[in-house]
Design a protein around this ligand. Structure first.
Ligand code: SF4
Length: 196
């Protein structure tokens, strides 16, 4: 079934949403970007300054690093991945989201997952995996371990902003993304190759 119209309707709903206080301080809500039938969905925490200004997901320095990682995996935003966040509106000064804000916004993400129907979810940073799977999750110990969200595979890894703050984590993040490539080869395209 073509999900484009339903995603478009959800996009307009998010853009006008006033269900939590974050609507008062946002510039633009950030719905997420990618094809409606992307096999991989990347999920971050919340929009930052650049995302709030443009309405696009992962466009600042973190987004540029994420693009480099995706390119190294031979994944492309317009072909393989949909990128979004748990929260659609930026918390002021990038403060941590309040639990009520997360719970209010979460149904939008769950609807996106249902409509896009990705085979693989990759969570970036601790907040998304704590919200979706395990509130006691420890990113430093448990990143790179496959988990299940209902019948989908989910791999937690570091948020690119953590890699910018601590470049020593890049090696671990790369190893996590190689697991994503392997799962993609197994579930979607056995011919997919990492660029050498
Ligand atoms: S963060 Fe989510 S629930 Fe809150 S106003 Fe934005 S779209 Fe609505």
């Amino acid at each position: 079934m073509d999900n484009t119209e339903e995603l478009k309707a959800l996009f307009y709903e998010v853009r006008q949403c006033t269900q939590c206080p974050l609507h008062k301080t946002r510039t633009k809500a950030v719905f997420g970007n990618g094809l409606p039938d992307s096999p991989i969905m990347l999920i971050g925490e919340a929009p930052g300054y650049d995302e709030d200004q443009t309405g696009k997901a992962f466009v600042g320095r973190s987004g540029q690093l994420l693009d480099k990682i995706l390119q190294a995996c031979n994944f492309h935003r317009r072909k393989h991945v949909f990128i979004g966040n748990i929260l659609k509106c930026r918390p002021p000064k990038n403060r941590n989201p309040e639990p009520e804000e997360v719970q209010t916004c979460l149904p939008y993400l769950m609807k996106q997952i249902e409509l896009i129907n990705p085979k693989i979810l990759v969570t970036l940073g601790a907040v998304p995996v704590k919200t979706l799977v395990d509130k006691d999750f420890k990113i430093t110990r448990q990143h790179g371990e496959w988990m299940q969200l209902e019948d989908r595979w989910l791999l937690p890894t570091f948020h690119p902003s953590a890699l910018l703050r601590n470049p020593a984590l890049k090696r671990d993040a790369w190893s996590d993304f190689q697991k994503v490539v392997e799962k993609y080869q197994e579930l979607v395209d056995p011919e997919h190759k990492i660029k050498s």
